[in-house]
Ligand binder design. Structure first.
Ligand code: OGA
Ligand code: NI
Length: 359
């Protein structure tokens, strides 16, 4: 008997991964060691920091994607997060499902997520970085859900032991890095380093443990379908298997992001694209899977408060450079995107270009 591959996972032919991978020679690798200068920075920029800011600016402009080393997150903290993730996904399906997400709580374990209406070959565990995280109610607008807010709380599994502690520690360390990257991005836009911090009071950031099991038909399916991250920034840890592909801006080719030990991958999200009024663009990416090895990754999605109205920063627009976007509410955007990942919808997934002004 030939086992049928579940059609829910099958990508349209034009979105399937090609058998040959293009190795990403050009993705910028940035050494963050000059970051400690940021703390001392009051007046004019110190030379080391100036070079770093120029590197971040070029990487955001040309790729929207870069890798960082010497980022200040202790290797032992990352190691404990990997161990927690491996331990969790090694539990029996029944154990994992004890913390399964549902229509009421979107946090916890989930194995049936869609990207652009095609099922992803993955399972995830989500938790918010600050509890409770306040977001608009996921209910339909029709039932009055549009006006209601809900408080999200994490569902922690009983096993593996030390899971929660390891991940809380990881969240604290990566959040610190997220704020430093935000300061760097502000500097690249010629703004004061802390210009964007206020948006992250009451932040809705969350961390996801991704597990991509070996896939019998890796040429038909994707671990995560092509997408752009909706938030401000993503800080991603990946293991040594490889599979993350980013769309190269110069020629539209999918290129593989090489795993580098003790590094993080940073990508610009849609919000930074809008804030920067298109100086930067969020990069399209996806995850290819393989038939041999399972893969793990841990993205930190750095998201502002639900009530933040996202629009090009006032300092960057004037009569000669008008705003390219209408403002939109982050919480509503996030909710609409989440709903479409949760179930298949007829309507197209919400995208920032829906807020683009017509000229
Ligand atoms: C994501 C994502 C990449 C990866 O979860 O949004 O793009 O390598 N993950 O797992
Ligand atoms: Ni992503």
């Amino acid at each position: 008997m030939v086992l049928e591959f579940d059609p829910a996972f099958i990508q349209a032919p034009e979105h399937r991964p090609k058998p040959a991978v293009t190795e990403a020679g050009g993705i910028p690798l940035i050494d963050l060691s000059p970051l400690h200068l940021l703390e001392q920075h009051g007046g004019p920029l110190v030379a080391g920091l100036e070079v770093l800011v120029a590197q971040v600016e070029a990487a955001c402009r040309d790729w929207g994607f870069f890798q960082v080393i010497n980022h200040g997150v202790p290797p032992a903290v990352v190691e404990r997060a990997w161990a927690a993730s491996r331990g969790f996904f090694a539990l029996s399906p029944e154990e994992r499902r004890r913390v399964r997400r549902d229509e009421v709580n979107p946090l916890g374990y989930y194995e049936a997520e869609n990207t652009k209406n095609v099922r992803d070959w993955k399972e995830v565990f989500d938790f918010v970085v600050h509890e409770p995280a306040v977001i608009p109610s996921p209910g339909d607008d029709a039932d009055g859900g549009a006006d209601r807010l809900i408080e999200l709380r994490n569902q922690w599994p009983k096993f593996p032991h030390g899971f929660r502690e390891a991940l809380v520690e990881y969240a604290e360390a990566t959040e610190e890095l997220a704020f430093k990257l935000l300061e760097l991005i502000s500097l690249t836009l010629s703004l004061p380093p802390k210009r964007l911090h206020g948006f992250f009071k009451d932040q809705t950031s969350f961390i996801r443990l991704n597990h991509y099991p070996p896939c019998p038909s890796p040429h038909l399916a994707l671990g995560v379908g092509r997408h752009k991250d909706a938030g401000a920034l993503t800080i991603l840890a990946q293991d040594d298997v490889g599979g993350l592909d980013v769309r190269r801006r110069s020629d539209g080719e999918w290129v593989r992001v090489n795993p580098i030990p003790n590094s993080f991958i940073i990508n610009v999200g849609d919000i930074v694209q809008v804030w920067s009024n298109d100086k930067y663009e969020s990069a399209e990416h996806r995850v290819s899977v393989n038939s041999q090895r399972e893969r793990f990754s841990i993205p930190f999605f750095f998201n502002p408060a639900h009530y933040v109205m996202v629009k090009p920063l006032a300092e960057l627009v004037d009569e000669k450079n008008p705003a390219n976007y209408e403002e939109y509410n982050w919480g509503e955007f996030f909710k609409t995107r989440k709903n479409s990942n949760f179930k298949k919808l007829d309507a197209e997934n919400i995208q920032i270009y829906h807020f683009k002004k017509t000229k």
